[in-house]
Design a protein around this ligand. Structure first.
Ligand code: UDX
Ligand code: ADP
Length: 463
């Protein structure tokens, strides 16, 4: 089947950039991205491409090129489903906050709603592509809903997990390490797989497009994220030992990374990984393993999360201990709130948990982040439900400028590795602070020796 119309349900961090790149690379395909959230769609349609709701380097340029040509953003979900031959489901699948599997399993209610809507609207055969990260065997559930509630048309379900990382989404999409497509091994299944292979092969070479069965594809996504997160927890575990023994974790990472079997990437010790995927996917894996009675497997992977939580808590404890065991009424400045640089996404950011701990110790937190709004920060803290909103408002001040944010502070904590932080006039910042002035570098991006020569007391992770 030759695809000429694609619809994507969900205009978020995955759906938005992925569809923008498909539209740019396949001008012969009409791509419509739909979402229930009217504001989000209005923002994607903002005449100034700089105002699109997701910040990703290079994305606004691609949207500017394709939008209105063959890329459209709309709230008319039914119409887009009806017209498309291929429908991507890219809605959010957060960890459940209620009921069975609370805090562990993925909440599939948005997926199910999508499947029901597709079943209701579709009048012709459709290929439905799972793009969200989903527990293994979700495709089966989607298929069952489509086949049992649909209008008698045929559906093929494909799993096509997204491996893009935020902050580098555009380059990841343009030059993917691999594209993974899982589908049925029947003739119709293979036809559907080929239709999607044809879409990607407009810019990805065929040898990088892997095809598997649906379950392998679904599980590969969880496995990839679990392995990546495990590397971070492994190096973070070593960072604590380094602090005790006088070894330097950056030197250790460099030394082991030169072993070609280990490799140099993803070995940066930090205040802990964040983002919408790692924790959610591992919890999901743990839940699946437990549901099959595989308790050792579940415990093994759960330890990655336990280590990550420990790392965040250890960082806030270190701030309190170093500041003479009290931070009450002290101003502590956070540089960075996003879960990594080059994104405005804050989901599961370590900054939220460190701020929460310090506010519990009655610290006053000042924040500067180049891309995150005050509203988002307050929502993040409110979501933890540790205290009432007003208390968060009282404890948090947000600045438009890093120098202002640092004035009069007792300590600075680096929570995101934004490049601009390394270019600051640190002498000027030091002069404006309370003495002794402390830096807690949760990302090891600053030059410790240089800061110490200015007069700062420097604390890095694992050094
Ligand atoms: C991740 C996967 O990389 C991606 O393939 C998948 O599709 C979605 O989940 P993302 O969460 O966007 O992507 O960003 P990633 O670059 O993986 O970083 C995740 C977190 O780990 C960030 O908080 C980052 O700061 C942290 N990290 C990463 C480290 O602390 N140390 C490292 O060495 C690498
Ligand atoms: P991700 O990082 O997985 O892309 P986001 O939360 O950024 O997650 O985006 C998911 C989007 O999906 C949200 O904008 C949400 O409004 C949208 N969404 C959820 N359910 C539906 C639905 N049934 N129909 C249309 N859009 C939906």
């Amino acid at each position: 089947m030759k695809i000429t119309k694609i619809c994507c349900i969900g205009a978020g961090y995955v759906g938005g950039p992925t569809m923008a790149v498909i539209a740019q690379k396949c001008p012969h395909i009409q791509v419509t991205v739909v979402d229930l959230n009217e504001q989000r769609i209005a923002d994607w349609n903002d005449p100034n491409p700089e105002n699109i709701p997701i910040y990703e380097p290079g994305l606004s340029e691609i949207v500017a090129e394709a939008r209105g040509r063959n890329l459209f953003f709309s709230t008319d979900v039914d119409k887009a489903i009806d017209e498309a031959q291929m429908i991507f489901i890219s809605v959010n699948t957060p960890t459940k906050t209620y009921g069975k599997g609370k805090g562990m399993a993925a909440d599939l209610k948005y997926i199910e709603l999508c499947a029901r809507q597709i079943a209701r609207v579709a009048k012709q055969n459709k290929i439905v592509v799972e793009k969200s990260t989903l527990p293994v065997r979700t495709a089966e559930a989607i298929k069952s809903i489509l086949d049992n509630t649909g209008n008698g048309v045929q559906f093929q379900i494909l799993s096509n997990p997204e491996f893009l990382a935020e902050g580098t989404a555009v380059t990841d999409l343009l030059n993917p390490d691999r594209i993974l497509i899982g589908g049925d091994t029947t003739e119709e299944g293979e036809e559907a797989i080929n239709a999607l292979v044809d879409v990607y092969s407009n810019w990805v070479s065929r040898d990088r497009i892997l095809t598997t069965n649906v379950w392998s594809s679904e599980l590969s996504k969880l496995t990839a994220n679990a392995f990546l997160a495990q590397r971070i927890s492994s190096i973070n575990a070593m960072s604590e030992l380094c602090e005790k023994t006088g070894a330097d974790v950056n030197e250790v990472a460099r030394a082991i990374g030169m072993d070609s079997r280990i490799g140099p990437k993803f070995l940066k010790a930090s205040v802990g990984f964040g983002g919408s995927c790692f924790q959610k996917d591992i919890l999901n894996l743990v839940y699946i393993a437990k549901s099959y009675g595989l308790n050792e497997v579940a415990d093994y992977w759960e330890q990655v999360i336990i280590m990550n939580d420990h790392q965040k808590r250890r960082f806030s404890n270190k701030i309190v201990q170093t500041l003479y065991n009290t931070v009450a009424d002290k101003k502590i400045t956070f540089l960075g709130w996003a879960f990594k640089k080059d994104t405005n996404d804050t989901r599961e950011s370590a900054a939220i948990y460190v701020a929460d701990d310090l506010i519990n110790e009655q610290a006053k937190i000042s924040v500067f982040d180049p891309k995150v709004s005050k509203n988002k920060m307050l929502n993040d803290l409110d979501y933890l439900e540790t205290r009432i909103s007003q208390e968060n408002i009282d404890a948090l001040s947000v600045f438009e400028n890093a120098y202002e944010a640092c004035k009069g502070a007792h300590a600075i904590a680096i929570l995101t590795e934004w490049d601009e932080f390394t270019t600051y006039d640190w002498k000027k910042i030091y002069d404006s602070m309370h003495k002794p002035a402390f830096v807690f570098d949760g990302r090891n991006i600053l030059n410790a020796k240089q800061l110490e020569s200015i007069g700062f007391v420097y604390n890095g992770i694992g050094s």
